[in-house]
Design a protein around this ligand. Structure first.
Ligand code: RAM
Length: 354
């Protein structure tokens, strides 16, 4: 009798575990959240440092997360790297809620929206989790400090003057951006538009702003649509690594090299072929691995109580030396360098690095 009862309980227990496992995998399918590294990291423990990028499958985001993980692990910590499958706010909210349940020590986020993540990120901070943004800022109430990869005004300047130089100062061009809500791209677009007010760029005409959602296929079809809709189009600025590679591919495939010029922000490893074939004679970026490194040093300084993210805070960040927290509108930021120009002279060398 006793043995029967025991067996019965075991069967119930096995079913219960099976049910829980099934619920969990159903949930993650529904979420559309591909956990890109939790298994590999075993990243599920309290006290870990999480980096949430915009979406999976973006090599720029992966390089940034690699840089983050490298520094966290070198300091004996655990990194959790997460991204929703699609670059949506909803996907990021679900991940943040899961990270709150895991009781992580910090969350670094590249936001899919400037304002919409505020409620969930405020709840995370109320719970004692240190929250910062990197790459794509969330609003100052949603984070303690932002890691700014490069000065946004300078990005606007180099992109417009780069396009102008390619077109000899005259002609129609379009912007092919990421998602319409991406805080980083939207800020850079504002600065590009401000540049276009200057008399030296009076010959340039911005015909439209298209959104490829930081997805390769959408960016390809948006580029094709631009070429059809604007037969006199002479250039495209894509301030996204996904968009610029997709646009350059279309120009190459359609034999339009030398007729339509592409520039923007590109990952050298993805753009070397297109810089060398002339589809994109030159383009710009910064080192995403370093952005991730600096984000990691920042969350370590926050969780160690060395800084609070206030103006004037400073801390030691390995090879980066002393970093300082400076003003950023109503919030604060840590500013990295200027955008760097890649052309046929240096692209192959950098393609090996990132
Ligand atoms: C894409 C992403 C990322 C941005 C780069 C330039 O990979 O939108 O957020 O910083 O482009």
């Amino acid at each position: 009798m006793k043995i029967r009862k025991l067996l019965g309980m075991m069967v119930i227990a096995i079913f219960a575990v099976g049910f829980l496992v099934a619920c969990d995998s159903d949930e993650s399918t529904e979420n559309g959240d591909t956990d890109i590294s939790e298994d590999a990291n075993g990243g599920s423990e309290a006290g870990a440092h999480a980096f949430v990028f915009k979406n999976t499958g973006n090599p720029f985001g992966e390089r940034m997360q690699d840089g983050f993980q490298e520094v966290i692990e070198a300091h004996g910590g655990e990194a959790i790297l997460r991204s929703p499958e699609q670059p949506t706010v909803e996907g990021q909210i679900q991940i943040i809620e899961q990270l709150m349940a895991q009781d992580v020590a910090s969350i670094t986020i590249a936001g899919n929206d400037f304002d919409a993540l505020q409620p969930v990120l405020e709840r995370a901070m109320d719970q004692g989790i240190y929250v910062i943004s990197a790459d794509s800022a969330v609003n100052p109430d949603s984070r303690m400090v932002h890691i700014n990869q490069a000065n946004a005004e300078r990005i606007g300047q180099v992109l417009i003057s780069g396009m102008s130089e390619m077109l000899g100062g005259e002609g129609q061009f379009a912007i092919l951006s990421a998602t319409s809500q991406a805080a980083n791209q939207n800020l850079w677009i504002e600065y590009m538009q401000a540049q276009l007010e200057l008399p030296e760029f009076a010959g340039l005409e911005l015909v439209t702003i298209a959104f490829g959602d930081d997805l390769r296929d959408v960016s390809v079809s948006e580029t094709e649509a631009l070429l059809l809709s604007y037969p006199d189009l002479r250039g495209i600025i894509a301030p996204t690594t996904v968009g610029i590679a997709a646009a350059s591919l279309v120009i190459t495939d359609q034999d339009l090299i030398g007729e339509v010029y592409i520039t923007g922000l590109g990952l050298p490893s993805e753009m070397a072929a297109f810089v060398n074939n002339g589809a994109s004679p030159w383009m710009y970026l910064w080192n995403p691995i370093e952005v991730g490194n600096v984000a990691a040093y920042t969350v370590l300084a926050l969780t160690d109580g060395e800084i609070t993210g206030s103006i004037g805070d400073s801390f030691e960040a390995g090879d980066f030396g002393t970093l300082e927290v400076i003003e950023d509108g109503d919030g604060t930021q840590i500013m990295l360098g200027d955008p760097f120009r890649f052309d046929a002279d240096n692209i192959d060398e950098w393609a090996e690095v990132y």
